[in-house]
Design a protein around this ligand. Structure first.
Ligand SMILES: [Cu+2]
Length: 162
């Protein structure tokens, strides 16, 4: 009888461990969406009253046809855009990609600091490290997907454990 109770307790604590293991993270950093795989999304922490910040992620296209990221929206910003960095003379400038960002068939695009990025403009709230925000990405062929994006500090280096 005692043995049985211990076994049950052990099972219950194992279940708690599993639940806690999942809920302590609260989000996943790999999102499969149709033929696309979205990895390591994150938003850069913003200092107080800073009006803008960047969002970063990797988008892989496992399909045989290209797709285009045509829109991004976030309820914590008045406006969200897809940006590229470009040298103009010897000055690095960023500009909005009005026609979207092509994700080539079988290819992958990295949105990262200093390169392509999501731009969240006129923030309605401070982006605080470890908060998780939901944003909507819209692709021309695959449609819209809502993804969780955790906030990290500028120099955050994501460790891969997969
Ligand atoms: Cu930008």
């Amino acid at each position: 009888m005692i043995y049985l109770r211990e076994t049950i307790l052990r099972h219950i604590s194992l279940i708690f461990l599993i639940l806690f293991g999942f809920s302590s993270k609260g989000y996943t950093d790999i999102i499969k969406f149709n033929q696309l795989v979205i990895e390591d999304p994150w938003i850069k922490e913003s200092p107080s009253n800073h009006p803008v910040t960047g969002g970063y992620l990797t988008i892989r296209n496992l399909g045989k046809t290209e797709d285009i990221l045509i829109n991004v929206s976030a309820d914590f910003a008045m406006k969200s855009e897809i940006h590229e960095m470009k040298m103009e003379g010897d000055v690095m400038k960023m500009r909005s990609l009005e026609n979207g960002l092509i994700i080539p068939a079988g290819g992958e695009i990295h949105l990262k600091p200093g390169g392509y990025h999501l731009m969240f403009i006129r923030l309605k709230q401070k982006m605080t490290a470890m908060d998780v925000h939901k944003i909507t990405l819209t692709f021309k062929n695959s449609g819209s997907v809502i993804i969780p994006m955790p906030v990290y500090k500028m120099k955050h280096k994501k460790k891969h454990n997969h």
